[in-house]
Design a protein around this ligand. Structure first.
Ligand code: SF4
Length: 215
């Protein structure tokens, strides 16, 4: 199954279209300092502590590794099974965007709840955008989609849970337009974007060294 964007590339593109372009065509230019890599590790540990609540869960990344095109196939197969199913890193593609959802929980009655886990202490705008693009993709792939939860850190490594299903639906039209624009960007030349405050918001851009050299 083919795709052009992923959820993380979509989020990158919201910060900077040049960074999106580099992420797709020249990701080796990215530089992540040790403190950022340490944050990624903490995020994975926080995510794992929530997944421990679902001992029956199947982690597709352990089965498929980097075979990204196979995630949607296996996800569809597993979710077609009768009864309760819990998948970690379940894959979906719609509108050329691949999303891997942290936790997808299909209940016995066929309704589905999705959880996105973030190790931040508030429902930041970037997290809400992450939820919204996931909801855009998953709602076109799944019947029975019900709750769409953002889980973030209460400050003591516990979880705060908020349902963003309704807010996400309201953003679908904007997301479709943004995806179309990003696809156009990726068909052209590297966008010329200057370094300014946006390079650190919401994240420190990993291409800053490259852009400074080119300046
Ligand atoms: S450093 Fe700034 S201008 Fe360069 S790619 Fe990153 S966000 Fe864009």
């Amino acid at each position: 199954m083919n795709y052009i964007l992923t959820k993380s590339k979509y989020i990158r593109g919201l910060q900077c279209e040049r960074a999106l372009y580099l992420d797709v065509y020249n990701p080796k230019l990215a530089y992540y300092p040790p403190e950022v890599l340490a944050k990624f590790r903490q995020g994975r540990d926080f995510e794992a502590s929530f997944r421990d609540r679902f001992p029956q869960g199947m982690n597709l990344s352990k089965l498929l590794g980097w075979k990204m095109d196979q995630y949607p196939v296996l996800t569809r197969e597993k979710l077609a099974q009768e009864g309760e199913v819990v998948l970690f890193e379940a894959g979906f593609i719609y509108d050329d965007v691949l999303v891997l959802a942290d936790v997808v929980h299909k209940h016995d009655d066929g309704t589905i709840d999705v959880y996105e886990i973030k190790n931040g202490t508030s429902a930041k705008e970037v997290f809400q955008n992450d939820l919204a693009v996931q909801h855009y993709v998953l709602s076109h792939c799944l019947d029975g989609l019900n709750h769409f939860y953002l889980l973030y850190n209460d400050g003591n490594d516990g979880f705060v849970q908020e349902d963003f299903a309704q807010q996400s639906v309201a953003l679908h039209a904007t997301i479709a337009e943004t995806i179309a624009r990003f696809k156009e960007v990726l068909q052209g030349f590297e966008p010329e974007v200057s370094i300014d405050e946006h390079c650190d918001l919401p994240y420190a851009c990993p291409y800053r060294r490259y852009c400074e050299r080119k300046k």
